[in-house]
Write a protein that binds this ligand. Structure first.
Ligand SMILES: [Cu+2]
Length: 153
């Protein structure tokens, strides 16, 4: 019984690798989206960090950002800060559309990528990587420069 389980695990792993290569090959063809000005506002004491980036769409079709993941954080989610009179709250965002021949900024006061549960020590001066997935099948492995709150004022 334990041998069967091991075989199944090995097979799943092979399938996952194949899928990864297929995605990478497709991304090389598409390349509609580029990321610029990617940085993370770091906070001390393991508080959640916020990722910011501008996405540029060179194609003639709108492309949606549909998923974010990271090897550096257990949780990476797109949030929007919404003002409600004098209070502000964060809401989850399922997708963010990058307009054709346009760009969208994930920037302070609007959108942010909430980064929680760092998998290792992250400090200002480091570079972390976020994997951005898009509706056209494109995947961007994007380096983000980690900055302290003082560096961003
Ligand atoms: Cu948030």
């Amino acid at each position: 019984m334990s041998i069967k389980i091991k075989t199944f695990a090995a097979l799943s792993c092979t399938l996952a690798l194949s899928f990864g290569f297929a995605t990478a090959a497709h991304a090389a063809d598409a390349n509609a989206i580029t990321a610029k000005d990617a940085w993370v506002r770091w906070l001390p004491n393991n508080l959640p960090a916020a990722g910011y980036v501008t996405l540029v769409n060179a194609s003639d079709k709108p492309v949606d950002l549909v998923d974010i993941s990271s090897n550096d954080y257990g949780d990476a989610m797109l949030h929007q800060t919404v003002s409600n009179g004098s209070t502000q709250k964060m809401v989850m965002v399922d997708k963010l559309t990058v307009p054709a021949h346009g760009q969208v900024a994930i920037a302070p006061g609007g959108y942010h990528v909430m980064l929680e549960d760092a998998k290792h020590k992250v400090a200002p001066g480091d570079t972390v990587h976020l994997t951005l997935k898009f509706s056209d099948g494109e995947t961007l492995d994007t380096p983000f420069a980690v900055k302290s709150p003082a560096q961003t004022k």
